[in-house]
Design a protein around this ligand. Structure first.
Ligand SMILES: NC(=O)c1ccc[n+]([C@@H]2O[C@H](COP(=O)([O-])OP(=O)(O)OC[C@H]3O[C@@H](n4cnc5c(N)ncnc54)[C@H](OP(=O)(O)O)[C@@H]3O)[C@@H](O)[C@H]2O)c1
Length: 306
């Protein structure tokens, strides 16, 4: 094939995600080439090997995707790749470790739209707790929520010190004010649920973090959003396809957002990022801000009918 669209996947872990490979072919890349166990120090050389072979026009049909499992490492890899470019030998790069960026972008955009839908305004000043907040989805959601002016808490079932440590690390890197919270015992979860405006279930797949009985005490709750698509749901009573359904059993009639509904927006964002790489006349670097901007459009359309 002459002049194919090629996507090189630089992956710091052993297995490149089949999800990412499928998505790249869906977006009609002609060739998707995985690289496993890539270290941060190898990014510079791999990037320069990518950019110099196809000439200044061929680079427009070449892209790099950075995957893996760690949000912080993937963002550092993006910076290393950017620093290795030698214009006009420069290609587009999209970073989405474990789908965390596109998932968090879809999640936060859906929460924002749901709040607006029922007249609660935007995220500014809202107290938002993220269960499983120390994972890649939770960390990215915390950063986006902070950027939107929310009071964001990442909760850890390993205790306050773990949550605080992760919050400290990412606040230093991303200039955010995310706080930690402990969610290791039923009492700690109940206390969070009673005092939160927004609850996010983002713990490991198949783990339930909030019960129906706890939600019945959620007097300030406006939105409960769950991204865990593997039964049982992370937040009991939120169904996978809920897209702003009223949770009648909650005292404040909060809205539910389920994993498949959020996943549908995530899928569109992921696909759009790949399209943007292919369409752009100049090299672009796609991270969480870009994913969030696109997610806001889709979430606004789906939830607010914009
Ligand atoms: N809907 C979608 O489109 C979509 C897309 C991607 C991912 N997801 C889902 O999003 C969620 C988050 O993904 P991720 O990759 O960030 O998850 P992850 O890294 O597997 O887990 C997130 C956090 O869950 C906590 N956790 C682990 N075991 C737990 C337990 N027994 N009880 C309570 N918490 C526990 C851990 O934090 P602590 O130990 O600090 O508590 C961990 O850091 C997952 O459910 C994933 O399947 C959904």
């Amino acid at each position: 094939m002459k002049d194919p669209f090629l996507l090189h996947i630089f992956n710091p872990t052993k297995n490149v995600s089949p999800f990412d490979v499928n998505m790249a072919y869906e977006a009609e890349f002609d060739g998707v080439i995985p690289y496993s166990n890539v270290t941060l120090d190898e990014i510079h050389a791999l990037t320069q090997d990518t950019i110099f072979s196809r000439g200044p026009t061929g680079v427009r049909r070449t892209g790099i995707f950075i995957g893996g499992r760690e949000f912080g490492l993937a963002m550092e890899m993006l910076q290393r790749a950017k620093a290795a470019m030698v214009p006009p030998f420069e290609v587009s790069v999209f970073v989405d470790p474990s789908g965390a960026i596109t998932t968090a972008a879809a999640l936060v955009a859906c929460v924002e739209a749901a709040l607006k839908k029922v007249g609660h305004g935007d995220l500014s000043g809202k107290k938002v707790h993220i269960f499983g907040g120390t994972g890649p989805v939770g960390i990215c959601a915390g950063i986006l929520l902070d950027r939107c002016g929310a009071e964001a808490f990442i909760a850890s079932h390993r205790g306050q010190h773990v949550a605080d440590e992760v919050a400290r690390e990412y606040n230093a890197r991303f200039h955010t004010r995310v706080r930690g919270a402990a969610s290791g015992s039923e009492e700690e979860v109940a206390e969070i649920v009673r005092n939160s405006d927004v609850l996010i279930g983002s713990a490991r797949a198949g783990v339930r973090v909030v019960s129906h009985a706890q939600l019945e005490q959620a007097r300030n709750l406006k939105v409960a959003a769950d991204v865990n698509a593997v039964p049982p749901s992370g937040i009991q009573g939120v169904e996978a396809d809920d897209l702003g359904r009223v949770l009648n059993f909650t005292p404040s009639k909060a809205l539910g957002l389920g994993a498949l509904a959020i996943g549908n927006v995530k899928y569109k964002v992921h696909y759009r990022m790949f399209e943007m790489m292919k369409e752009s006349e100049r090299p672009i670097y796609l991270g969480y801000e870009d994913a969030f901007a696109v997610a806001r459009e889709y979430a606004g359309r789906k939830i607010l009918g914009n």
